[in-house]
Ligand binder design. Structure first.
Ligand SMILES: [Zn+2]
Length: 402
């Protein structure tokens, strides 16, 4: 197989073009199935076709560009939908790098490479439904029932395909491996001055909705020692659990109380109810289990000591995912070759389509730095030199695997 080189200027020009579809200020607003998202998918399909790739857009809206023939090939991609206020690189970068590597390989007779943009990675309707349906983790019928925040069903939204070809599915059997390159969306590489991250695993995520139940009463007439204040319960729980989780945490372990709803949330009423979510992430299932025990025990103790009720509503689980060891080694060698001493092995604290794809294909991911560690914001950015280097490292990985 001939080795081949990518054209990083062409890659960056395509990235700028994709950025212009749904551009707002320095960012992009291109949520899944929006008008901008549909136009971006049509543009991507055209770029794939111009490159000599065969385009398939499946029923949920994943866009594939396949090399001619039926030979097994490497699949490279990410997602082109964005958050309601998104950056220009989150997902788009990995899609365009996939396009450039597939295109350059086809032009120069290299290893066959296919590219993909998965649908709704950013969760307008559900958690990564595009890659979940493609990998068979969820049926299309199940996905169709999810609604966005306005009540629109995914099953309705996906039918708007004006300008797209008729739906055609692509079997996972066509591919030998999946590679995804993405901005880090965190501060590690930017802080250390390193330029490439080789992702060894994607963290597991557990999210639980809980409530403390007290007694709603008058905030002027109820003596402090007789109160059963649900907010004081939440306050006690959070400060206690912070200390206990810190004892089992690694530097990568994170936990967040991200949503709080006080009832009735009024100046002069002792809160009778505090509903909240707590989410914890780590790459090790055993540590996630230990954290679950600590969280439950602390909540129970809090409720007992403050004479409150405690309810929890079942844990939403996303298991940690390991990258494929052979692919990780190929990435480490390519990173050392092109960015000697300026790369590291690291976990991904964010969820990616690659986690789902790992259920059917060997998977690995690369990161490039995010300036200031910022993403999901119009300010999201990465140096163009880093974008070019990341693409070249991934191309070198393909050469090594080919
Ligand atoms: Zn992303």
């Amino acid at each position: 197989m001939a080795s081949f080189r990518i054209n990083t200027e062409r890659m960056l020009a395509d990235l700028d073009m994709l950025r212009s579809i749904g551009a707002v200020k320095t960012g992009v607003v291109r949520p899944a199935y929006s008008e901008a998202d549909r136009l971006a998918r049509i543009w991507l399909a055209q770029r794939m076709e111009q490159a000599g790739l065969e385009v398939s857009i499946d029923a949920i809206g994943n866009v594939f560009g396949l090399p001619p023939g039926n030979e097994k090939c490497i699949l490279i991609g990410s997602h082109s939908d964005t958050q309601p206020e998104g950056g220009w690189l989150d997902g788009a970068y990995g899609v365009i790098v996939g396009l450039e590597i597939a295109r350059a390989s086809l032009e120069q007779g290299g290893t066959p490479v296919a590219c993909v943009s998965f649908q709704d990675e950013e969760g307008r309707f559900s958690t990564l439904p595009g890659s979940r349906v493609w990998t068979g983790m969820m049926s299309l019928e199940e996905a169709d029932e999810y609604c966005d925040s306005t009540g629109l069903r995914l099953g309705q939204a996906r039918l708007e395909r004006a300008g797209m070809p008729a739906p055609r599915s692509v079997s996972t059997d066509r591919f030998s491996a999946f590679l995804e390159i993405h901005i880090e969306q965190g501060p590690v590489l930017d802080t250390t001055g390193e330029r490439i991250g080789v992702v060894e695993n994607i963290v597991g995520i557990r999210t639980e909705k809980m409530s403390f139940l007290g007694e709603q009463n008058h905030a002027g007439t109820t003596p402090m020692h007789l109160r059963r204040d649900a907010f004081q319960g939440l306050n006690h729980f959070v400060s206690t659990v912070n200390g206990r989780l810190a004892e089992v945490a690694t530097p990568e372990t994170v936990w967040t109380v991200g949503h709080v709803d006080l009832h009735p949330n009024a100046n002069s009423i002792v809160p009778g109810r505090a509903d909240f979510t707590i989410q914890w992430r780590d790459a090790d299932d055993a540590r996630l289990d230990r954290m679950t025990e600590i969280i439950y025990a602390t909540a129970r103790e809090t409720a007992d000591s403050l004479h409150l009720g405690w309810q929890h509503f079942g844990c939403d689980l996303i298991a940690p995912t390991q990258s494929n060891a052979t692919l990780v080694e190929a990435m480490a060698k390519a990173a050392e070759q092109l960015a000697p001493g300026l790369w590291r092995r690291m976990p991904s604290g964010a969820l990616h389509d690659a986690a789902n794809v790992s259920s059917v294909l060997p998977m690995a991911m690369l990161f490039v730095p995010s300036k200031g560690g910022i993403s999901h914001d119009f300010a999201e950015d990465t140096d163009r030199d880093d974008l070019a280097l990341g693409a070249e490292v991934l191309c070198e990985v393909v050469a090594r695997l080919g």
